[in-house]
Write a protein that binds this ligand. Sequence first.
Ligand code: 8Z2
Ligand code: NDP
Length: 353
Amino acid sequence: MSSPISSVLRKGLFQGKVAIVTGGATGIGSAITKELLFLGCDVVIAARKADRLSTAAAELNRRFPAENKKDRVLPVVCNIRKEDEVKHLMQRTLEHFGKIDYLVNNGGGQFPSPASDISLKGWNAVIETNLTGTFLMCREAYASWFGEHGGAIVNIIADFFKGFPFMSYVLRCFLVTYSALAMAPPKRSSPYHAYMKDHGGAIVTIVTDMWKGWAMMSHSGAARAGVDNLTKSLSIEWANHGIRINAVAPGSSIFSETAAANYGDPQLFQKAIPRIPAKRLGNPEEISATVCFLLSPAAAFITGETVKIDGAASLYAQSHWEVPDHNKMPAYSWKNEEEANRDDDGAPKKAKI
Ligand SMILES: CCCCCCCCC/C=C/C(=O)SCCNC(=O)CCNC(=O)[C@H](O)C(C)(C)COP(=O)(O)OP(=O)(O)OC[C@H]1O[C@@H](n2cnc3c(N)ncnc32)[C@H](O)[C@@H]1OP(=O)(O)O
Ligand SMILES: NC(=O)C1=CN([C@@H]2O[C@H](COP(=O)(O)OP(=O)(O)OC[C@H]3O[C@@H](n4cnc5c(N)ncnc54)[C@H](OP(=O)(O)O)[C@@H]3O)[C@@H](O)[C@H]2O)C=CC1
């Protein structure tokens, strides 16, 4: 029997909507894809590995059959580090579904290493994946300001903590501290560039809990802090186009098979529990719940925000207070959600008016 998929949000809430979810075939991205489908949304899943994408899409298309002939899940191979592949992703989405309502920038990752051992290639791989990839995805879902005016990099440090509309490129310069970066003016000839500009939309990006720094992950911590700031900049810059942009920051504690496999140690996540006041790991469904809320009309007045989902781990420095072991903060899960919505005989509960 297939595992349950559910949501606290109303079924059909996203009927007729179209989302792109990067990394949508595995881990957290897979949970987001499933919940969006459950809520009526059509979904494009994009990542580098074609086999994982097509397996996930085939399974989900069986589970969520389309009313018309078009599959509800479209797999598109795309490396978000590659500009032409990101453009192609937008093009395929519009060919298949004709619009884009939501963009979930979930694809990303890194490798653990002392900063002193990170090669330039390795540093660039992580910055390009998490910061540049997110930027390209946002820009290509939107007719970018850079597209009209070209790009010039000014290597200054500014008051970027409140965001920096029209200057989002400066933070990249600040973070990467390259002395000179030439940014070619992107072409904006294709109609798909302009969809969100003309029609509005919502973007959610996944960052991480880098608030106290991220030892052994310095490249990724810097990139995610960059995305946090990019989120703020774009929320101001694109507000008058009806675009909301928010981020979620999972703690380093959201167990999925693929995330654990990346570090070669399934127990790695368990080791974090003593430092999480909730005294347990989080799960992908708990991240998805917040992402779907942020995409929904319930978050109509929320933009430029980063929501931490970490059981208070980012606040817990163990200075003078130790949280005792407990089990008073049970997990939210689709299984429990489904059970809560059934009568004793197993039938779905009737809506109470
Ligand atoms: C303390 C415990 C903390 C424990 C930390 C526990 C964290 C728990 C919280 C979880 C957080 C998560 O994000 S979970 C998500 C996990 N999932 C992922 O990270 C998946 C996506 N990640 C990736 O694809 C890769 O990590 C990433 C580096 C970003 C991209 O890899 P690619 O192979 O595509 O990149 P390329 O452009 O080919 O460059 C590869 C170069 O990167 C460097 N490189 C790549 N892997 C390397 C490695 N393992 N060790 C050293 N260096 C490496 C080398 O310089 C490589 O060059 P050469 O030497 O020439 O090859
Ligand atoms: N699990 C956790 O505790 C935490 C996770 N996160 C972040 O949450 C997100 C999801 O992670 P999680 O589900 O746990 O782990 P996964 O490894 O399952 O997810 C990473 C996904 O990103 C995709 N991806 C990676 N690089 C690229 C790229 N260049 N272009 C397109 N897609 C790419 C991968 O697919 P493919 O390899 O096929 O490209 C994969 O589907 C990531 O950004 C991760 O860093 C943040 C904090 C904590």
